[in-house]
Design a protein around this ligand. Sequence first.
Ligand code: SAM
Ligand code: SF4
Length: 382
Amino acid sequence: MLPQSLAVYIHWPFCRSKCPYCDFNSHVRERIDAKRWTRALLAETDRQAELAPDRRVASIFFGGGTPSLMPPATVAALVERVRAHWPVASDLEITLEANPNSAEAERFAGFAGAGVNRLSLGVQALDDDALRFLGRAHDHAEAVAAIGLARDIFPRYSFDLIYARPGQTAAEWDAELDAALRLAGEHLSLYQLTIEPGTAFATRAARGDLVVPDEDAATALFELTQSRLAAAGLPAYEISNHARPGCESRHNLAYWRYQDYLGIGPGAHGRLTRGTEKFATQQRRAPEAWLEQVETGRGEPETTPIPRDSALEELVMMGLRLGEGVPRARIEAMAGCEVERRFARTLPRLIDGGFLMLDGERLRATASGRQRLNAVLAALLA
Ligand SMILES: C[S@@+](CC[C@H](N)C(=O)[O-])C[C@H]1O[C@@H](n2cnc3c(N)ncnc32)[C@H](O)[C@@H]1O
Ligand code: SF4
Protein backbone atom coordinates (compact mmCIF):
# COMPACT_ATOMS: atom_id res chain seq x y z
CA MET A 1 0.00 0.00 0.00
CA LEU A 2 1.22 3.52 -0.77
CA PRO A 3 2.05 5.67 2.25
CA GLN A 4 -0.58 8.27 3.17
CA SER A 5 -0.25 11.43 1.11
CA LEU A 6 0.89 14.76 2.51
CA ALA A 7 0.66 18.34 1.25
CA VAL A 8 3.35 20.83 2.28
CA TYR A 9 2.55 24.56 2.58
CA ILE A 10 5.42 27.07 2.94
CA HIS A 11 4.58 30.69 3.81
CA TRP A 12 6.65 33.69 2.69
CA PRO A 13 5.23 36.60 4.73
CA PHE A 14 6.61 39.61 2.83
CA CYS A 15 5.15 41.92 0.19
CA ARG A 16 6.39 45.07 -1.56
CA SER A 17 3.34 46.96 -0.35
CA LYS A 18 0.18 46.10 1.55
CA CYS A 19 -2.96 45.92 -0.57
CA PRO A 20 -5.90 47.74 1.07
CA TYR A 21 -8.24 44.70 0.95
CA CYS A 22 -5.81 42.07 2.20
CA ASP A 23 -5.77 40.49 5.66
CA PHE A 24 -3.36 37.69 4.83
CA ASN A 25 -0.28 37.38 7.04
CA SER A 26 1.79 39.68 4.85
CA HIS A 27 4.17 42.42 5.90
CA VAL A 28 6.28 45.13 4.31
CA ARG A 29 9.90 45.21 5.51
CA GLU A 30 12.73 47.41 4.31
CA ARG A 31 15.31 44.66 4.45
CA ILE A 32 14.93 40.91 4.51
CA ASP A 33 17.87 38.70 5.40
CA ALA A 34 17.20 36.03 2.78
CA LYS A 35 19.96 33.72 4.06
CA ARG A 36 18.55 33.79 7.57
CA TRP A 37 15.03 33.15 6.31
CA THR A 38 16.20 30.29 4.12
CA ARG A 39 18.02 28.66 7.04
CA ALA A 40 14.98 29.04 9.29
CA LEU A 41 12.48 27.66 6.75
CA LEU A 42 14.78 24.68 6.15
CA ALA A 43 15.15 24.09 9.90
CA GLU A 44 11.38 24.22 10.39
CA THR A 45 10.91 21.77 7.49
CA ASP A 46 13.34 19.40 9.26
CA ARG A 47 11.46 19.76 12.56
CA GLN A 48 8.06 19.16 11.00
CA ALA A 49 9.34 16.16 9.03
CA GLU A 50 9.56 14.40 12.38
CA LEU A 51 5.85 15.04 12.98
CA ALA A 52 4.86 13.29 9.75
CA PRO A 53 7.22 10.48 8.83
CA ASP A 54 6.14 7.64 6.52
CA ARG A 55 4.25 9.88 4.12
CA ARG A 56 4.41 10.57 0.43
CA VAL A 57 4.35 14.22 -0.60
CA ALA A 58 1.79 14.96 -3.32
CA SER A 59 2.10 18.75 -3.44
CA ILE A 60 4.18 21.70 -2.26
CA PHE A 61 2.68 25.20 -2.23
CA PHE A 62 4.65 28.43 -1.76
CA GLY A 63 2.07 30.97 -0.57
CA GLY A 64 2.14 34.39 0.93
CA GLY A 65 2.62 37.19 1.15
CA THR A 66 4.48 37.32 -2.09
CA PRO A 67 6.58 34.18 -2.64
CA SER A 68 7.72 35.52 -6.03
CA LEU A 69 9.95 37.81 -3.92
CA MET A 70 11.81 34.72 -2.69
CA PRO A 71 15.22 34.08 -4.20
CA PRO A 72 14.79 31.12 -6.59
CA ALA A 73 17.72 29.46 -4.76
CA THR A 74 15.62 29.46 -1.56
CA VAL A 75 12.73 27.79 -3.38
CA ALA A 76 15.16 25.23 -4.85
CA ALA A 77 16.69 24.48 -1.42
CA LEU A 78 13.25 23.97 0.14
CA VAL A 79 12.06 21.67 -2.66
CA GLU A 80 15.25 19.67 -2.35
CA ARG A 81 14.80 19.41 1.43
CA VAL A 82 11.24 18.14 1.05
CA ARG A 83 12.49 15.53 -1.42
CA ALA A 84 15.20 14.51 1.07
CA HIS A 85 12.65 13.87 3.84
CA TRP A 86 9.87 12.11 1.97
CA PRO A 87 9.25 10.10 -1.16
CA VAL A 88 7.22 12.23 -3.57
CA ALA A 89 4.40 11.47 -6.01
CA SER A 90 5.52 10.92 -9.59
CA ASP A 91 3.30 13.87 -10.53
CA LEU A 92 4.36 16.07 -7.59
CA GLU A 93 2.62 19.46 -7.94
CA ILE A 94 4.74 22.45 -6.93
CA THR A 95 2.84 25.76 -6.98
CA LEU A 96 4.17 29.24 -6.33
CA GLU A 97 2.04 32.37 -5.93
CA ALA A 98 3.45 35.24 -7.93
CA ASN A 99 2.66 38.91 -8.36
CA PRO A 100 2.72 40.04 -12.00
CA ASN A 101 5.23 42.88 -11.57
CA SER A 102 7.87 42.86 -14.24
CA ALA A 103 10.70 42.63 -11.67
CA GLU A 104 9.26 39.41 -10.34
CA ALA A 105 8.50 38.02 -13.78
CA GLU A 106 12.25 38.10 -14.41
CA ARG A 107 12.59 35.31 -11.84
CA PHE A 108 10.00 32.98 -13.35
CA ALA A 109 12.60 30.90 -15.20
CA GLY A 110 14.54 30.59 -11.94
CA PHE A 111 11.44 29.26 -10.18
CA ALA A 112 10.84 26.74 -12.95
CA GLY A 113 14.48 25.66 -12.61
CA ALA A 114 13.86 25.19 -8.87
CA GLY A 115 11.10 22.69 -9.66
CA VAL A 116 7.99 24.88 -9.61
CA ASN A 117 5.58 23.41 -12.17
CA ARG A 118 2.48 25.50 -11.48
CA LEU A 119 2.31 29.29 -11.20
CA SER A 120 -0.61 31.10 -9.56
CA LEU A 121 -0.61 34.76 -10.55
CA GLY A 122 -2.34 37.47 -8.51
CA VAL A 123 -3.72 39.44 -11.44
CA GLN A 124 -6.80 40.70 -9.49
CA ALA A 125 -8.27 42.81 -12.35
CA LEU A 126 -7.84 43.26 -16.09
CA ASP A 127 -8.44 46.98 -15.97
CA ASP A 128 -6.05 49.78 -14.98
CA ASP A 129 -8.57 51.79 -12.95
CA ALA A 130 -9.59 48.71 -10.97
CA LEU A 131 -5.94 47.80 -10.36
CA ARG A 132 -5.31 51.29 -8.98
CA PHE A 133 -8.41 51.04 -6.81
CA LEU A 134 -7.14 47.68 -5.48
CA GLY A 135 -3.80 49.31 -4.68
CA ARG A 136 -1.85 46.94 -6.90
CA ALA A 137 1.72 47.63 -7.94
CA HIS A 138 1.19 46.31 -11.50
CA ASP A 139 -0.86 47.51 -14.46
CA HIS A 140 -2.92 45.67 -17.06
CA ALA A 141 -0.06 45.41 -19.57
CA GLU A 142 2.25 43.86 -16.96
CA ALA A 143 -0.46 41.38 -16.00
CA VAL A 144 -0.95 40.27 -19.61
CA ALA A 145 2.81 39.98 -20.11
CA ALA A 146 3.20 37.93 -16.91
CA ILE A 147 0.39 35.57 -17.96
CA GLY A 148 2.10 35.08 -21.34
CA LEU A 149 5.39 34.33 -19.62
CA ALA A 150 3.72 31.90 -17.20
CA ARG A 151 2.15 30.11 -20.16
CA ASP A 152 5.54 29.81 -21.89
CA ILE A 153 7.54 28.72 -18.85
CA PHE A 154 5.33 26.55 -16.62
CA PRO A 155 3.41 23.39 -17.50
CA ARG A 156 0.41 24.70 -15.51
CA TYR A 157 -0.73 28.19 -14.52
CA SER A 158 -3.70 29.93 -12.98
CA PHE A 159 -4.56 33.50 -12.15
CA ASP A 160 -6.73 35.24 -9.56
CA LEU A 161 -9.29 37.98 -10.15
CA ILE A 162 -11.37 39.88 -7.61
CA TYR A 163 -14.92 40.82 -8.61
CA ALA A 164 -17.97 42.46 -7.00
CA ARG A 165 -15.89 45.62 -6.76
CA PRO A 166 -17.71 48.87 -5.89
CA GLY A 167 -19.88 49.98 -8.79
CA GLN A 168 -18.97 46.99 -10.99
CA THR A 169 -21.89 46.09 -13.25
CA ALA A 170 -22.75 42.64 -14.58
CA ALA A 171 -21.95 43.85 -18.13
CA GLU A 172 -18.50 45.05 -17.05
CA TRP A 173 -17.73 41.79 -15.23
CA ASP A 174 -18.99 39.81 -18.23
CA ALA A 175 -16.56 41.69 -20.48
CA GLU A 176 -13.71 41.15 -18.02
CA LEU A 177 -14.54 37.42 -17.95
CA ASP A 178 -14.28 37.41 -21.77
CA ALA A 179 -10.79 38.84 -21.50
CA ALA A 180 -9.90 36.44 -18.67
CA LEU A 181 -11.05 33.40 -20.64
CA ARG A 182 -8.93 34.46 -23.62
CA LEU A 183 -5.87 34.52 -21.33
CA ALA A 184 -6.73 31.53 -19.14
CA GLY A 185 -5.13 28.11 -19.21
CA GLU A 186 -6.64 25.26 -17.23
CA HIS A 187 -7.52 27.06 -13.99
CA LEU A 188 -8.92 30.37 -12.69
CA SER A 189 -9.59 31.64 -9.15
CA LEU A 190 -12.38 34.24 -9.08
CA TYR A 191 -12.99 35.79 -5.66
CA GLN A 192 -15.79 38.10 -4.55
CA LEU A 193 -14.30 41.14 -2.85
CA THR A 194 -14.76 40.80 0.89
CA ILE A 195 -14.19 43.63 3.33
CA GLU A 196 -11.94 42.13 5.97
CA PRO A 197 -11.78 43.66 9.47
CA GLY A 198 -8.61 45.62 10.14
CA THR A 199 -7.87 46.42 6.47
CA ALA A 200 -7.72 49.89 4.89
CA PHE A 201 -10.89 49.02 2.94
CA ALA A 202 -12.69 48.25 6.23
CA THR A 203 -11.84 51.75 7.48
CA ARG A 204 -13.12 53.29 4.25
CA ALA A 205 -16.27 51.14 4.29
CA ALA A 206 -16.97 52.18 7.91
CA ARG A 207 -16.72 55.85 6.86
CA GLY A 208 -19.14 55.17 4.00
CA ASP A 209 -16.45 55.90 1.36
CA LEU A 210 -16.53 52.44 -0.09
CA VAL A 211 -19.73 50.56 -0.87
CA VAL A 212 -19.63 47.02 -2.24
CA PRO A 213 -22.53 45.56 -4.26
CA ASP A 214 -25.47 44.46 -2.10
CA GLU A 215 -26.34 40.79 -1.68
CA ASP A 216 -28.64 40.62 -4.72
CA ALA A 217 -26.10 42.25 -7.00
CA ALA A 218 -23.29 40.05 -5.63
CA THR A 219 -25.43 36.93 -6.14
CA ALA A 220 -26.10 37.95 -9.74
CA LEU A 221 -22.34 38.38 -10.35
CA PHE A 222 -21.63 35.00 -8.70
CA GLU A 223 -24.23 33.27 -10.87
CA LEU A 224 -22.88 34.94 -13.98
CA THR A 225 -19.40 33.71 -13.04
CA GLN A 226 -20.64 30.14 -12.52
CA SER A 227 -22.48 29.96 -15.84
CA ARG A 228 -19.82 31.68 -17.96
CA LEU A 229 -17.05 29.48 -16.61
CA ALA A 230 -19.06 26.26 -16.90
CA ALA A 231 -19.90 27.13 -20.52
CA ALA A 232 -16.19 27.73 -21.20
CA GLY A 233 -15.28 24.26 -19.89
CA LEU A 234 -13.89 25.41 -16.52
CA PRO A 235 -16.72 24.64 -14.09
CA ALA A 236 -16.45 25.61 -10.43
CA TYR A 237 -15.01 22.78 -8.35
CA GLU A 238 -14.96 25.05 -5.28
CA ILE A 239 -16.79 28.30 -4.44
CA SER A 240 -14.16 30.50 -6.10
CA ASN A 241 -12.06 28.02 -8.07
CA HIS A 242 -12.66 26.87 -11.63
CA ALA A 243 -10.77 24.29 -13.66
CA ARG A 244 -10.92 22.00 -16.60
CA PRO A 245 -11.76 18.55 -15.18
CA GLY A 246 -8.55 16.96 -13.91
CA CYS A 247 -6.73 20.31 -13.70
CA GLU A 248 -7.82 21.30 -10.17
CA SER A 249 -5.20 22.52 -7.71
CA ARG A 250 -4.26 19.26 -6.00
CA HIS A 251 -2.80 21.13 -3.08
CA ASN A 252 -5.95 23.11 -2.36
CA LEU A 253 -8.06 19.98 -2.83
CA ALA A 254 -6.07 18.43 0.04
CA TYR A 255 -7.31 21.22 2.37
CA TRP A 256 -10.89 21.02 1.24
CA ARG A 257 -10.89 17.22 1.43
CA TYR A 258 -9.51 17.54 4.96
CA GLN A 259 -6.43 15.53 4.16
CA ASP A 260 -3.11 15.99 5.93
CA TYR A 261 -0.89 19.00 5.34
CA LEU A 262 2.05 20.70 7.01
CA GLY A 263 2.17 24.47 7.46
CA ILE A 264 5.69 25.88 7.53
CA GLY A 265 6.45 29.60 8.06
CA PRO A 266 4.85 32.50 9.97
CA GLY A 267 1.17 31.98 10.76
CA ALA A 268 0.97 28.70 8.82
CA HIS A 269 -1.20 25.96 10.23
CA GLY A 270 -1.27 22.23 9.58
CA ARG A 271 -3.53 19.24 10.08
CA LEU A 272 -2.25 15.73 10.74
CA THR A 273 -4.00 12.41 11.29
CA ARG A 274 -2.58 9.94 13.80
CA GLY A 275 -4.61 6.78 14.12
CA THR A 276 -8.19 8.00 14.28
CA GLU A 277 -7.29 11.40 15.75
CA LYS A 278 -6.68 14.75 14.04
CA PHE A 279 -4.01 17.14 15.27
CA ALA A 280 -3.52 20.85 14.53
CA THR A 281 -0.21 22.66 14.24
CA GLN A 282 0.05 26.44 14.38
CA GLN A 283 3.07 28.68 13.79
CA ARG A 284 3.66 32.12 15.31
CA ARG A 285 2.20 34.84 13.14
CA ALA A 286 4.63 37.75 13.44
CA PRO A 287 7.62 37.15 11.13
CA GLU A 288 10.25 38.25 13.69
CA ALA A 289 8.70 36.20 16.52
CA TRP A 290 8.55 33.17 14.22
CA LEU A 291 12.19 33.59 13.20
CA GLU A 292 13.34 33.91 16.79
CA GLN A 293 11.34 30.89 17.85
CA VAL A 294 12.81 28.72 15.09
CA GLU A 295 16.36 29.96 15.69
CA THR A 296 16.34 29.57 19.47
CA GLY A 297 14.08 26.53 19.66
CA ARG A 298 12.37 28.16 22.66
CA GLY A 299 8.64 27.63 23.05
CA GLU A 300 8.38 24.95 20.39
CA PRO A 301 5.12 25.27 18.42
CA GLU A 302 2.32 23.13 19.67
CA THR A 303 0.68 20.12 18.11
CA THR A 304 -2.76 19.95 19.69
CA PRO A 305 -5.39 17.25 19.37
CA ILE A 306 -8.64 18.37 17.72
CA PRO A 307 -11.73 17.19 19.62
CA ARG A 308 -13.80 14.84 17.50
CA ASP A 309 -16.76 17.23 17.26
CA SER A 310 -14.51 20.07 16.06
CA ALA A 311 -12.83 17.77 13.52
CA LEU A 312 -16.28 16.84 12.20
CA GLU A 313 -17.16 20.53 11.88
CA GLU A 314 -13.91 21.22 10.03
CA LEU A 315 -14.51 18.29 7.68
CA VAL A 316 -17.98 19.63 6.81
CA MET A 317 -16.92 23.30 6.62
CA MET A 318 -14.10 22.51 4.21
CA GLY A 319 -15.87 19.83 2.19
CA LEU A 320 -19.05 21.80 1.49
CA ARG A 321 -16.93 24.38 -0.34
CA LEU A 322 -16.36 21.71 -3.00
CA GLY A 323 -18.81 20.81 -5.76
CA GLU A 324 -18.19 17.15 -4.91
CA GLY A 325 -19.16 17.74 -1.23
CA VAL A 326 -18.24 15.43 1.64
CA PRO A 327 -18.40 11.62 1.56
CA ARG A 328 -21.18 10.38 3.81
CA ALA A 329 -18.88 7.62 5.09
CA ARG A 330 -16.34 10.11 6.44
CA ILE A 331 -18.98 12.11 8.29
CA GLU A 332 -20.46 8.96 9.75
CA ALA A 333 -17.09 7.55 10.83
CA MET A 334 -16.41 10.76 12.77
CA ALA A 335 -19.94 11.27 14.07
CA GLY A 336 -20.47 7.64 15.04
CA CYS A 337 -23.99 7.76 13.61
CA GLU A 338 -25.88 8.48 10.39
CA VAL A 339 -25.67 11.95 8.81
CA GLU A 340 -29.45 12.32 9.13
CA ARG A 341 -29.23 11.63 12.84
CA ARG A 342 -26.20 13.85 13.52
CA PHE A 343 -27.83 16.86 11.86
CA ALA A 344 -31.46 15.90 12.55
CA ARG A 345 -32.42 19.33 13.88
CA THR A 346 -31.13 21.42 11.00
CA LEU A 347 -30.56 19.32 7.88
CA PRO A 348 -34.18 18.85 6.66
CA ARG A 349 -34.75 22.62 6.61
CA LEU A 350 -31.56 23.26 4.63
CA ILE A 351 -32.40 20.53 2.12
CA ASP A 352 -35.96 21.85 1.71
CA GLY A 353 -34.60 25.37 1.26
CA GLY A 354 -32.49 24.16 -1.69
CA PHE A 355 -29.12 24.81 0.02
CA LEU A 356 -27.92 21.24 0.68
CA MET A 357 -28.33 17.83 -0.97
CA LEU A 358 -27.82 14.40 0.58
CA ASP A 359 -27.73 11.04 -1.17
CA GLY A 360 -26.33 7.62 -0.37
CA GLU A 361 -22.79 8.78 -1.11
CA ARG A 362 -22.36 12.44 -0.31
CA LEU A 363 -23.55 15.58 1.48
CA ARG A 364 -23.27 18.52 -0.93
CA ALA A 365 -24.07 22.21 -1.06
CA THR A 366 -26.07 23.40 -4.06
CA ALA A 367 -24.70 26.39 -6.02
CA SER A 368 -27.10 28.58 -4.06
CA GLY A 369 -25.84 27.03 -0.80
CA ARG A 370 -22.22 27.62 -1.78
CA GLN A 371 -22.93 31.28 -2.56
CA ARG A 372 -24.01 31.80 1.10
CA LEU A 373 -22.00 29.01 2.68
CA ASN A 374 -21.21 30.81 5.95
CA ALA A 375 -24.90 31.21 6.73
CA VAL A 376 -25.63 27.62 5.67
CA LEU A 377 -22.85 26.27 7.89
CA ALA A 378 -23.97 28.40 10.82
CA ALA A 379 -27.46 26.94 10.45
CA LEU A 380 -26.28 23.36 9.92
CA LEU A 381 -23.84 23.33 12.83
CA ALA A 382 -26.01 25.34 15.24
C1 SAM B 1 -2.37 35.31 -0.55
S1 SAM B 1 -3.23 36.23 -1.71
C2 SAM B 1 -2.20 36.33 -3.13
C3 SAM B 1 -0.85 36.30 -3.22
C4 SAM B 1 -0.11 37.35 -3.98
N1 SAM B 1 0.61 38.13 -3.05
C5 SAM B 1 -0.95 38.34 -4.77
O1 SAM B 1 -1.41 39.31 -4.21
O2 SAM B 1 -1.07 38.14 -5.95
C6 SAM B 1 -4.40 35.13 -2.45
C7 SAM B 1 -5.54 35.74 -3.21
O3 SAM B 1 -6.60 36.05 -2.36
C8 SAM B 1 -7.42 37.02 -2.97
N2 SAM B 1 -7.84 37.96 -1.93
C9 SAM B 1 -7.10 38.45 -0.91
N3 SAM B 1 -7.85 39.29 -0.15
C10 SAM B 1 -9.10 39.32 -0.69
C11 SAM B 1 -10.32 40.00 -0.37
N4 SAM B 1 -10.42 40.81 0.67
N5 SAM B 1 -11.40 39.77 -1.16
C12 SAM B 1 -11.31 38.93 -2.21
N6 SAM B 1 -10.20 38.29 -2.57
C13 SAM B 1 -9.09 38.47 -1.83
C14 SAM B 1 -6.61 37.67 -4.06
O4 SAM B 1 -7.15 37.36 -5.30
C15 SAM B 1 -5.26 37.04 -3.88
O5 SAM B 1 -4.60 36.85 -5.10
S1 SF4 C 1 -2.92 40.65 -1.85
FE1 SF4 C 1 -0.93 39.67 -2.11
S2 SF4 C 1 0.51 41.41 -2.54
FE2 SF4 C 1 -1.32 42.29 -1.67
S3 SF4 C 1 -0.82 42.45 0.51
FE3 SF4 C 1 -2.01 40.53 0.20
S4 SF4 C 1 -0.47 38.99 -0.04
FE4 SF4 C 1 0.57 40.98 -0.35
